[in-house]
Design a protein around this ligand. Sequence first.
Ligand code: TYD
Length: 418
Amino acid sequence: MGKVYKSLKKCRICGSKDLYKYLDLGKTPLANHLIDIKNADKKEDTFPLEVLYCKNCSLSQLSIVVEPEVLFSYYPYRSSVSKSFRKHCAGMAAKAAKILGANEKNENNLVVDIASNDGCLLQEFKKKNFRTIGVEPAKNLAKIAESNGIETINRFWSRKAAKSISAKHGKAKIIAATNVFAHADNLNEFMEGVEILLDNSGFFIVEVPYFHDLMTNNEFDTVYHEHLSYFLVRPLHKLYSNHNLSIVKIEKYPIHGGTIRVYASKSPKANLNISKSVEKFLDFEEKEGMYKLKSYDKLGSMAQKIKKELLAALKKLKEEGKKTAAYGASAKGNTLLNYCGIDSKLVEFIVDDTPEKQNHLAPGSRIKIVDAGFLEKEKPDYLLLLAWNFAKEIMQKTRMHYKRKVRYIIPIPRVRIL
Ligand code: TYD
């Protein structure tokens, strides 16, 4: 690979150059670039994984930007693998229909999902008779969505994409963007696209992991190269105001370690007043010290503490002759494994139910990813939950299907053995 990344020179929302580095997780390979077993001998490129805080608008952001074509043209992550996420999507479609109002006929209304993945969310809108279009840059995912009957345009979101959808299908009543905002380098262009396609009476609905949860729960492993930004409400409010969009409502959900869902609508410039919901979050963030530099350094020390405790626990189990495997070859799991320096000597294999991930090696750690059938074959005593955000679902599932009694190691927010 040649030079496929650039350094961040200024804040991607407000343009300030006053950036402070508070987290350094070393150099790691790309967290979703799993290695084909055939290429096991090939060396991987590694990239600095550091987070900066914008002293002006409080956006946390990575110090580098890896080219999106490198990150997203093939993407092994499939939204529909998790039952809890499917349920979450159904809830979102129901709420979105409600917010549009009882007089709206769904079949007249277009819903566009940006980074629609395998069509998981749009399936739910389709069940409610909305017209749906997905925009998804990963070829493999667009193909899956199409085969499930979800019309999907295989491209990156941009002004151009917005114009072409608008010309062909008209304006959208709902534009959804779940777990993609953090991936966009040019957030201003992202918003310009939304301004083009969104109907005057429509809603732009964004979901992002909430940075306050990341800080409070030590979720440092959710830092990886795809996640360029880590959002508080303060920088979001600033971004939206620059694009004549008003945040009308914010809701919190536990999914993905703590998520905020932000509803916004178009408003004439004069009407960019702050809604109660935004005010509440801004006050909360201020009170929690989220706008003060000194709150930020603790994340690095917590990461070091978790590393020390996790390594000690895994080494002790090995000395005692216990067998440890992991569940969930998540991107965050790869940050955790690589930051802690865990390899197959300590964790023998990783189970993941995503067929695309199986029979690959995890980047950096080179631990083999396998299907759940391996649990019966290999009989591990302990399972390290790398997808700790789905701990309940995975524990239920393994208890039901795996005859042997197994114990669980949950690494975040602190190392616990259950
Ligand atoms: P996730 O935590 O959603 O995201 P990220 O990659 O952004 O860190 O990843 C969860 C992983 O766990 C994903 O690879 C799917 C896998 N998984 C299973 O294999 N089985 C399950 O039952 C669940 C809930 C997840």
